[in-house]
Design a protein around this ligand. Structure first.
Ligand SMILES: NC(=O)c1ccc[n+]([C@@H]2O[C@H](COP(=O)([O-])OP(=O)(O)OC[C@H]3O[C@@H](n4cnc5c(N)ncnc54)[C@H](O)[C@@H]3O)[C@@H](O)[C@H]2O)c1
Length: 260
């Protein structure tokens, strides 16, 4: 089961899972993008059920889980990939911006997990993976709502893993991608007054590094091995190392790296 499967990393996850012989459940708010994913999975011989829905809508996700389980008989792997980027820091963002971004990222992981968890824990090899971000490893200026939401996804994942410790059949992964070459910046939300177009151009030019197909492969390798933490790209590895090595001083180190 992959949320946000209508584009980017989620689409590549669905395609790779289909190629590996999995029965793929794919959900997205965007029916057009989802349709294209379904076509691609089938085009490569995979079996897929596409369902339009908002991953942050708990009622809808319960319906989706019932439909997927009705079709496939159960769910072994849940990848909570749906999320929205947001441009803007504390200064520019309204309280409502924080609420929207929190719902779009943490809310989507929570509602989807609540809907699918009863089935995943029944699996002999259950896996839940939540897609956080390198911004779930380090805080940087100008991105507080998105960073807070991705740190929240990390906290949610770690708490869930702890809660499921008595179930050795289930592993929970939290995934931290660095910049991945998807359209995420072009569908990003932004605080009033922030030039989202300029930010998206900069994303394409200097942030996006890893191909989404490669990102999906890294996710699936980590999930198959039951890894707690999965880092995607040298940029995420660097963010992780800087946060661990420099502790409370990492912000200074990042500024040096970014300037250099
Ligand atoms: N691309 C990157 O550089 C990058 C870096 C770090 C983390 N991430 C995270 O990886 C995940 C996937 O990102 P991407 O780059 O593939 O994005 P993307 O914008 O290319 O694709 C995201 C897909 O999720 C769907 N979606 C968004 N909110 C949804 C919801 N509530 N319910 C159902 N579908 C929803 C969108 O319609 C879209 O099809 C996101 O959680 C994102 O925050 C991406």
């Amino acid at each position: 089961m992959v949320t946000g499967a209508g584009a980017g990393i989620g689409r590549e996850l669905a395609v790779a899972l289909g190629e590996a012989g999995a029965l793929v459940g794919a959900v997205d708010v965007d029916g057009v993008g989802l349709g294209e994913t379904v076509e691609r999975v089938r085009g490569r011989g995979g079996r897929v059920l596409g369902v339009v829905g908002d991953a942050a809508d708990s009622e809808r996700m319960r319906e989706v889980s019932a439909e997927v389980v009705g079709a496939f008989g159960g769910v072994d792997v849940l990848i909570n990939n749906a999320g929205r980027l947001f441009y803007g820091g504390v200064g520019e963002s309204e309280v409502e911006d924080f609420e929207v971004v929190m719902r779009a990222n943490l809310g989507a992981a929570v509602a989807s997990t609540k809907a699918f968890l009863p089935y995943v824990v029944e699996s002999s090899g259950g896996r839940i993976a939540n897609i956080s971000s390198a911004y779930g490893l380090i805080g940087v200026g100008g991105a507080a709502p998105y960073t807070a939401a991705k740190f929240a996804v990390r906290g949610f994942s770690e708490s869930l893993r702890s809660e499921l410790r008595g179930r050795p059949n289930v592993a929970v992964s939290c995934v931290y991608p660095g910049g991945v070459k998807t359209g995420i910046a072009w569908s990003a939300l932004a605080a009033a007054g922030v030039d989202a177009r300029k930010a998206a151009e900069r994303f394409d030019r200097v942030v996006a590094r890893t191909e989404p197909r490669v990102a999906a492969r890294v996710v699936l390798n980590g999930v198959a091995r039951g890894r707690s933490r999965v880092l995607i790209g040298a940029d995420a590895v660097l963010a992780d190392a800087v946060a661990r090595l420099a502790g409370g001083q990492y912000e200074k180190l990042i500024r040096l790296v970014v300037r250099g």
